[in-house]
Design a protein around this ligand. Structure first.
Ligand code: F6P
Length: 532
């Protein structure tokens, strides 16, 4: 049904839909937890919008949403609940994972994090030589890195009291750069790994431990090694002096609300982290309570589903117009592509539609001067998402100073994508500017814009912790709703496993000094060249 309506929609331009429905902006605009979403520049007609909403009803988005919040085994392949909303709920909430109460444990971990953050900040918690910590090295990868890194970029003061650095890559240069200029006696190392088995993270943790060991005895060093993990035994056996936990019902890419962000909570201050949780909780409440037709995560998901299923548009570009959100595209790549890059349904049968798109992006305005050429004039239509921040800091908001040069660029891009410019218009403007008409004819096709390219715009008043929390929770729930509609499990990630296993086997080959028999000829040749 959606596909049939979307096919029909393709006969009309987006601008035409505004002309035929004076209430379009109102119908396709939604306020949620301090954010405003404008989905009226999407390509759907009013009928297409309704067909997408019908699909959400048919797929029982509301029932599946209730199952998620009730802590049922939503991640059926692994028999796990999926309860990241419990991490930002009030202390007296009563979340249950597969029937087990979890909220008291969440609150206890939060209290421990708050106390530790306060003690490090005040200097009450010191290193092995009794000096306060002035730097933190956060080691983790994937979900144990991208969320905290984004939070820090977005919310950090320009001149922070704690120098927080992140290391993810197994390339030793990453660690080398992070440790450069730091003093082991005043540096805290936070090793973040849900499983505490991830090759990259353990290799980097070993490097950091060796660096600390050059200056500190093992007993003193333990004060500098904090583990954040769902496998505390492994972290302690490795040498962490203290661990902060979270449970298997927190997926890695949904974990930034947990102790995974300990280093950020320490460096930003606990009150800032709490405000982030408050913002996410407001979005949870909205997602639970708003009707589907005014439900921001649902509508954002439906726009995506419409583009993929209805219009065969298999990529989406995300352009956050705020320097602090420059890592948002990378965060969303993991959130969306690891969650919904699937080819089988929950029951194991092959999917009958396309699923999650390729997600990519750069902060505005930088992306405009790089790949936006193709978004405007390339033959493939790539839907765009603009995240527009009215005031890029709390200070600017307090002074009522908007960042107009920044956000006017975002609005102009969305407008240009939708409105376009015909060859005749291009020709006329060149002739009006004094160009020879024959030359204008020659250039017009190059200067024409097809337009009719869809986008969504998300407005934030300011890049506050609350608004950021709401934005990230919005994307989490949007990802979930898409998974419900495609009937896939958004919470496993078997697709990353094969490469890990093969990398280990290749390392064994390297240690043996030769490619193993049976290795494909291409890989064997490449390996021989690399081993020289
Ligand atoms: O390889 C993918 C992945 O499993 C992600 O899902 C996860 O966020 C990342 O690795 C890191 O895993 P861990 O926190 O267990 O080190």
């Amino acid at each position: 049904m959606l596909r049939a309506v979307a096919r029909k929609d393709a006969d009309a331009r987006i601008l035409h839909h505004f002309a035929t429905d004076p209430r379009r902006v109102e119908r396709m605009g939604v306020e949620a937890a301090g954010l405003y979403l404008d989905l009226s520049k999407q390509a759907w007609s009013g009928e297409g919008f309704e067909a997408a909403l019908d699909l959400a009803r048919t797929c029982d988005v509301e029932g599946r949403r209730a199952a998620l919040f009730a802590g049922e085994a939503v991640n059926a392949a692994e028999g796990r609940a999926v309860l990241h909303p419990a991490l930002r709920a009030a202390d007296d909430a009563d979340f249950r994972a597969l029937g087990e109460p979890v909220s008291a444990e969440v609150a206890a971990t939060r209290r421990a994090m708050a106390a530790y953050a306060t003690d490090v900040g005040s200097g009450a918690a010191t290193g092995g030589t009794k000096q306060p910590f002035t730097a933190i090295v956060h080691i983790g990868i994937g979900g144990s890195d991208l969320g905290p890194r984004l939070l820090w970029d977005a919310l950090r003061p320009l001149d922070p009291t704690i120098d927080l650095r992140f290391v993810a890559n197994i390339d030793p240069r990453d660690m080398g750069e992070a440790l450069s200029g730091l003093d082991p006696e005043t540096t805290l190392v936070v090793v973040v790994s849900k499983t505490f088995t991830t090759q990259e993270t353990l290799a980097n943790a070993d490097l950091a431990r060796a660096w600390l060991a050059e200056s500190l005895s093992p007993r003193r060093m333990a004060l500098h090694l904090i583990g954040v993990t769902a496998a505390p035994d492994k972290a302690e056996a490795w040498g962490c002096g203290r661990t902060f936990g979270f449970r298997d019902w927190v997926g890695g890419r949904y974990s930034l609300w947990s102790a995974v962000s300990l280093s950020v909570a320490v460096a930003l201050g606990w009150d800032v982290f709490e405000r982030l949780l408050d913002g996410a909780r407001a979005m949870d409440d909205h997602f639970l309570e708003a009707d589907l037709e005014k439900n921001a995560p649902v509508l954002l998901a439906l726009a995506q589903v419409y583009n993929v299923e209805g219009r065969d548009r298999h990529a989406r570009t995300v352009a956050p117009y705020a320097h602090g959100l420059r890592r948002l595209p990378a965060f969303l790549q993991q959130l969306e592509m690891e969650s919904n890059g699937k080819s089988v349904k929950r029951d194991g049968a092959p999917v009958d539609t396309a699923t999650g798109p390729v997600v990519f992006g750069e902060p505005g305005t930088n992306g405009q001067h790089a790949f936006f050429q193709q978004i405007h004039q390339g033959p493939d239509v790539v839907p765009a998402e603009f995240i527009v921040v009215c005031h890029t800091s709390q200070e600017a908001m307090d002074a009522r100073e908007g960042d107009a040069p920044l956000w006017s660029n975002a609005l102009a891009q969305a407008q240009a994508l939708m409105v376009g410019k015909t060859a005749a218009q291009a020709r006329d403007s060149m002739v009006a500017a004094g160009l020879d008409p024959a030359e204008a004819d020659r250039l017009a096709p190059h200067r024409a814009f097809p337009g009719d390219r869809p986008s969504t715009t998300i407005l934030m008043d300011a890049l506050t912790p609350e608004a950021l929390g709401a934005l990230l929770a919005l994307y989490e729930h949007k990802t979930f709703v898409e998974g419900v509609i495609w009937d896939i499990n958004s919470f496993d990630q078997w697709g990353v496993e094969l490469g890990k296993v093969l990398a280990r086997a290749l390392l064994d080959d390297v240690e043996r000094g030769e490619p193993s028999a049976g290795l494909d000829p291409s890989t064997a040749e490449l390996m021989k060249r690399l081993m020289v």
